[in-house]
Ligand binder design. Sequence first.
Ligand SMILES: Cc1ncc(COP(=O)(O)O)c(C=O)c1O
Length: 367
Amino acid sequence: MIPINAPQIGEEELKAVVKVMKSGALTHGLGAGPTVTKFEKKFAKFVKAKHAIAVNTGTSALHLAIVGTGIKRGHEVILPSFTFVATAEVIAMVGAKPVFVDINPETYNISPRKIEKAITKKTKAIMSVDLYGLPADMQPIREIADKHGLRIIEDSCQAHGASYKRRPLGAFADAACWSFYASKNMTTGEGGMITTNDDELAKKARFMRSHGEKVKYESLMLGHNYRMPEIQAAIGSIQLKKLPKFSAKRRENVERLTAKLRKAENLQLPKEPRGYKHSWYLYTVRLKGAKTKKRDIIVETLRQKGIGAEVYYVNPIHLMPYYRKFGKHRLQETEKAAKQVFSLPVHPGVTEKQIDFIGESVLRGIA
Ligand SMILES: Cc1ncc(COP(=O)(O)O)c(C=O)c1O
């Protein structure tokens, strides 16, 4: 099987892990050990942010960003429904209400045009998602947020190395959140990071990741244990160094696959609009006009051939059993996309020959 994504781990990561293990310092009481701190500095520099706070998952990063921006019970947060459930989960976890807004069918990201209609007196923030690694349209989102006094949390969990209007992700947001889960463009197995230019938010996030402490056993606020272990940070620093190479190989694969699939009139290929740099975490195509069943048969045929095609996401969040309680949302474009999209492997471990095989198999499958 050619998996949809696969961690790219080499000798350097192995050596870095052994070094930490031999040092005996596997973690740090406040989550601020030397290896974590080094990784944070490198990551902050990479995204040109003032602060980077490493945590144990992308979900934890989102949770800290939600609490750190002051969102609580009674508040509403606007977000897309076409994303991984963690984006909505952290809003519900603090007792706030997720308000789902439809997507732009060309980019699959939240439609700025539709955000303003969803704003009420209770709205406190917008959570944008850089879905599949393509940045959301952050400039109009920032303008809407400024007009209405809202915060912006950017879920960049899929978008390492992407940029928008020549600026790294997070530049238009109050905080950006990153995941280093095993499938991501760079990984620590499990891991996450918040980046921000907001001193107060950064301070809170640092306290909260370790039981609300600045000093051990003196909790200043409610917290949790969201610390990143030293071993994970050691892997992260190496992966960050390798990210440009990983990204270049993804891009090569994408260009080769696009050249193959371009002639398929019934496929909508993924876009990289001018001024956007995609991370190509997922290469997602859309079977125009298709019903779910037809798409699912194609995906199954590809899987039988050893191609790890996947659907992200079969169930938009507003249709999930738990999330239905947040009200009826009519999200036509989201629901249509969920029936027609599927993603194909383009990760750095996929060879040219495999890309050709994937391309030919898709063309045959949709004919
Ligand atoms: C869009 C999005 N948000 C949030 C997350 C959560 O990250 P993690 O799995 O590291 O908790 C992920 C990744 O799984 C994601 O893809």
